[in-house]
Each structure stands twice: as structure tokens, then as C-alpha cells.
Design a protein around this ligand. Structure first.
Ligand SMILES: C[S@@+](CC[C@H](N)C(=O)[O-])C[C@H]1O[C@@H](n2cnc3c(N)ncnc32)[C@H](O)[C@@H]1O
Length: 228
């Protein structure tokens, strides 16, 4: 989808330009990734080590808009890579925090691969101190790094290899506030590998209300609203 930096048009120009450039780099890389690269679990990590696989630009804008609508200030991101989506999360959390009395913006970002984490930090430094100060990057396997120091979470972005989506949700679920939003990427394209995850959130009484939004590949938008 063509973008005129719609949802983020009031954010600083140098950040919008950076995001446009990074999305273009990510798309150029993705054109050379094959279905087998995604499906071959043994070689996948090597292939993906230097790849963005950034969230699509239109989805990122939509998520920024949802974040601004819900006033989220505490956000968890599962799968940070080179930190593109994290920038949108940080910008929205900062704008939301500014509109409240005393809330602090916090994006807990997670990346397994140290070289990717390093690149993410470089991109955030280009954005400036506000963005840098809003992000708590946890390097390592998120099944360990998310176990500690989680406050009440307003928003969870699942942009991670699909087998990791359900374990991540289960770790974060006890910290989700009532009405928290959860987003999972590519739930139409990768419906088979998301099966366990989708069965879990769609089970009667799960507490999750979900809609599949028909972006390319699908985007699952969930609200956590448990009855007790
Ligand atoms: C699709 S990419 C994330 C893209 C990013 N959200 C963006 O829009 O720029 C998924 C990332 O999750 C990371 N990842 C996979 N398994 C992980 C785990 N167990 N713990 C932490 N990070 C993991 C991968 O290294 C990869 O960089």
C-alpha cells in the first residue's frame, strides 16, 4: 500500500524519513527470501540473521493509530529485529505518556540475536533521546528475558516466528491489563503454524476477543477482556 506517512505525519521528519528508508530496505531483502527459507527450520536462523523482516509499513501505521486510540504507554514487543516496528511503538507510547499526568512511556523490546539488537540500537539512536529512553531492549530468548520485571501491559505486539507466539502470549498474559490489545502478524498467511495460538485465543471463555484484519498476510487484532 502506498504510504504518505499518514498516521505518523505529526512525528519528526527525520524519523519518518528513516522509517521510509528502513521499510524500503526490508522490502528489498524480502524479495529474495523464499518460502523454503521460512519453512526450513534448521537453516532459517542463518538466513534471517541479517534480515529485517520488518512489519509492513501500512500495518505499522495502523498499529500506531490503535496505540494512540487506546492510550497505551506500556508495550511489549515480541521480535524486534532491527527495531523498525519498535520505533512506531515508542513514538505512540511517548505521545500517549505526554497526554497523561506522570505516566512513563515504556516499550519492552526483545531480540534473540545480538547483532540484530546492535543494529536496532543504531536506528533508535538516529531517532533521538526520547525514543531511546522509552525502550528497554532485552537481548536473549524472550522466554527467559520476559520472565522478569514486567509491569501491567497495555499492548503486546507478536511479530515473531510463529511457534513462539503462544509461549510468549502465555508469559505476558498474567500481566495484561483488562482491555489490553494484542496483535499478531500474518495470521492468514501462516494460519497453519498459528493453529495452536488461534485455537487458544478462540477457545470459549479464553477472555480474548479477536478479529482478523485483512491486511496482506492477515493481522490478528485481539482485546483481552477476561470475565473474572
Ligand atoms: C519478524 S522479525 C521482527 C521484525 C520487527 N518487529 C520489525 O518490524 O522490525 C522476528 C524477530 O524475532 C526474533 N526472535 C525469534 N525468536 C526469538 C526468541 N525466542 N526471543 C527473542 N527474539 C526472537 C528473530 O531473531 C527476529 O529478528
Amino acid at each position: 500500500m502506498a504510504s504518505a506517512n499518514t498516521a505518523i505525519r505529526d512525528e519528526p521528519a527525520h524519523i519518518r524519513e528513516l522509517l521510509t528508508r528502513l521499510h524500503a530496505e526490508s522490502k528489498a531483502q524480502e524479495a529474495n527470501i523464499t518460502r523454503e527459507d521460512y519453512d526450513n527450520r534448521s537453516s532459517m536462523h542463518d538466513v534471517m540473521r541479517d534480515k529485517f523482516i520488518a512489519l509492513d509499513e501500512d500495518k505499522a501505521h495502523y498499529i500506531y493509530q490503535l496505540l494512540r486510540a487506546t492510550g497505551a504507554t506500556t508495550i511489549v514487543e515480541a521480535g524486534t529485529s532491527f527495531g523498525v516496528s519498535t520505533i512506531y511503538l515508542a513514538l505512540a507510547a511517548l505521545a500517549n505518556a505526554k497526554a497523561t499526568n506522570g505516566k512513563k512511556a515504556l516499550v519492552v523490546a526483545t531480540e534473540h540475536e545480538p547483532t540484530k539488537a546492535e543494529r536496532a540500537r543504531e536506528h533508535w539512536n538516529m531517532c533521538g533521546d526520547d525514543v531511546v529512553s522509552a525502550i528497554d531492549l532485552r537481548v536473549g530468548d524472550l522466554r527467559e528475558t520476559l520472565k522478569m520485571n514486567l509491569k501491567e501491559v497495555d499492548f503486546l505486539l507478536l511479530d515473531i516466528w510463529t511457534p513462539m507466539a503462544l509461549p510468549t502470549l502465555k508469559i505476558v498474559q498474567p500481566h495484561l491489563r483488562h482491555g489490553a490489545m494484542i496483535i499478531a502478524d500474518n495470521t492468514i498467511m501462516a494460519a497453519d503454524s498459528y493453529k495452536e495460538f488461534l485455537d487458544y485465543i478462540r477457545a470459549p471463555g479464553s477472555g480474548f476477543i479477536d478479529t482478523t484484519v485483512p491486511f496482506e498476510g492477515g493481522l490478528e487484532v485481539m482485546v483481552y477482556s477476561p470475565s473474572q
